[in-house]
Design a protein around this ligand. Structure first.
Ligand SMILES: [Fe+2]
Length: 386
C-alpha cells in the first residue's frame, strides 16, 4: 500500500481512504483515540443520576452525571471483571450499573460497590482500585461534552478554536439555551464514515442530488431557489483543526440554523440538528441526528422546528434518503471501478482552490460550491495520520 499520507493531496484524495481496512484501523488509533470527540450534550444528562451510552470511535463509553455531586464522568463501558459492557440502555437514570455476567456493581461515580460472594477474593483485593476506568480527559464547552482518550495533546479550547463561537451561537438561539430532548433519528449505511462527514458540508450537491425536494418546495411555496446566485454569494470557511463552516444566505427550507458546522472528526451541527457519525468498520457507519429544541420557547415553535427538520432529514423526509442512495451507496459502488492507471483511483476535491482567500485570522474562505470543507478535513486527517 502507498504511504498513508500520500493518499491525500491538496486537491484530491485516493479511493483507498474509503476502502482499506488498515486505513480504518489507523484512523481509530490516530484520530479517534487521540483527538477530542463529542460524546453528549449536557441537556441529555440534565438530572443527577442521568446517563447516556455512546462511542468514541469504536470504544463503548457511558456518560454520567453523578447522583451526589452532579459531576460529569465518561467511563469505558467495560466491567473490570470479565469485560462485559455494564450498561446496554441508550439513556436513563440509575444509581448503579450492574454487570449482567457475574453481577459486579458500580456506582454512577464509577466506584465498584460490590460483587456476589466477595469472600472468594483474598485480602489483597482492593475494591477501590477496581472502579470503571475513566477516559483520559473530559472537556465541556457551553454544554457540549467532549472526551479525549489521550492524556496529552491540545486542550479542548485549542482544538475547538474558531469553531467555539458557532457552538455558542447555537446555544444562544434558545431563550434559555437548547435541549437535545426530542429523541433521535438513526440510520446506517454500508459505506465509510468520512462520506457522511464530508456530506455535512457539500452545497455543490444540493441542486442536483436533492432536486426533487427543492422542486416540491418551490411548488408548495412559490419560492424557487437560485442556486447559481447562492453559490456566488454564500461562503464556506476552513476554521482550522479540521473544522469548517458553510454560511447560508437564506432559509432553504431544511432547518433553522444559518450555517452548517463540522467539528472534526465526527460532529456536525446543521439545519436544526446535532449530527453524530459513528465509524463501525471501514464499510459500515451509524449516524444519529438529534433535533435541537429551544429551551424556553413555545411548544408550537419547537413543534414547527421538528416538522421542518423531519421534512428533509427525517425517516419519511427527502434529504437523507437522497444522500443514502446517491452520496453513499453509489459512491461505494463506483469506488470499486479501477481503471488500472494511477489517475483513475483519485477523487477530486480541488473545486475553488484558485479562488481561496485567507483573512487576518488565517481563516480560508471561498464560495459555497467550493470544496474547502473537504480540504479542511483532510488537512487535519493527514496531519494526525502521519
Ligand atoms: Fe445531501
Amino acid at each position: 500500500m502507498t504511504k498513508v499520507t500520500n493518499l491525500v493531496q491538496e486537491g484530491a484524495v485516493h479511493g483507498d481512504i474509503y476502502l482499506k481496512e488498515e486505513i480504518f484501523q489507523l484512523e481509530m488509533e490516530k484520530i479517534f483515540e487521540t483527538t477530542w470527540v463529542y460524546v453528549a450534550h449536557e441537556s441529555e444528562i440534565a438530572n443527577p443520576g442521568d446517563y447516556k451510552t455512546t462511542f468514541i470511535g469504536r470504544q463503548p463509553v457511558i456518560v454520567t452525571r453523578e447522583a451526589d455531586t452532579e459531576k460529569v464522568n465518561v467511563f469505558f463501558n467495560r466491567c473490570r471483571h470479565r469485560a462485559a459492557t455494564v450498561c446496554q440502555q441508550e439513556k436513563g437514570n440509575a444509581n448503579y450499573f450492574r454487570c449482567a455476567l457475574h453481577g459486579w456493581t458500580y456506582s454512577n461515580n464509577g466506584d465498584l460497590t460490590g460483587m456476589p460472594f466477595q469472600d472468594g477474593y483474598g485480602e489483597d483485593f482492593d475494591r477501590c482500585t477496581m472502579g470503571l476506568k475513566k477516559v483520559a480527559r473530559i472537556g465541556i464547552h457551553n454544554g457540549f461534552i467532549f472526551a479525549s482518550l489521550s492524556k496529552a495533546g491540545k486542550s479542548l479550547d485549542e482544538h475547538l478554536g474558531h469553531a467555539k463561537k458557532y457552538l455558542d451561537y447555537v446555544v444562544g438561539t434558545g431563550p434559555e439555551g437548547i435541549a437535545l430532548n426530542a429523541g433521535v433519528h438513526k440510520y446506517h449505511f454500508d459505506g465509510n464514515w468520512k462520506q457522511q462527514v464530508e456530506n455535512t458540508i457539500d452545497p455543490y450537491h444540493l441542486s442536483v442530488t436533492h432536486r426533487s425536494f427543492f422542486n416540491i418546495l418551490a411548488n408548495k411555496t412559490g419560492k424557487k431557489i437560485n442556486f447559481a446566485r447562492m453559490h456566488k454569494s454564500e461562503k464556506i470557511r476552513d476554521l482550522g483543526n479540521g473544522h469548517s463552516l458553510y454560511e447560508l444566505d437564506a432559509d432553504i427550507g431544511i432547518g433553522e440554523l444559518p450555517f452548517n458546522l463540522i467539528i472534526f472528526p465526527n460532529l456536525g451541527i446543521l439545519g436544526s440538528q446535532v449530527r453524530v457519525t459513528f465509524p463501525v468498520s471501514v464499510d459500515k457507519t451509524n449516524v444519529q441526528l438529534y433535533p435541537i429544541m429551544l429551551k424556553g420557547a413555545s411548544k408550537e415553535e419547537n413543534a414547527a422546528r421538528l416538522r421542518k427538520h423531519e421534512g428533509f432529514y427525517g425517516p419519511a423526509g427527502f434529504g437523507t434518503v437522497d444522500d443514502l442512495e446517491v452520496a453513499f451507496d453509489r459512491v461505494v459502488e463506483g469506488l470499486k471501478a479501477k481503471s488500472g492507471d494511477e489517475d483513475g483511483e483519485w477523487l477530486e476535491i480541488s473545486r475553488g482552490l484558485s479562488r481561496e482567500v485567507v483573512d487576518e485570522d488565517g481563516i480560508i474562505t471561498a464560495t459555497s460550491s467550493d470544496e474547502i470543507s473537504s480540504r479542511a478535513f483532510y488537512k487535519e486527517w493527514k496531519q494526525l495520520m502521519s
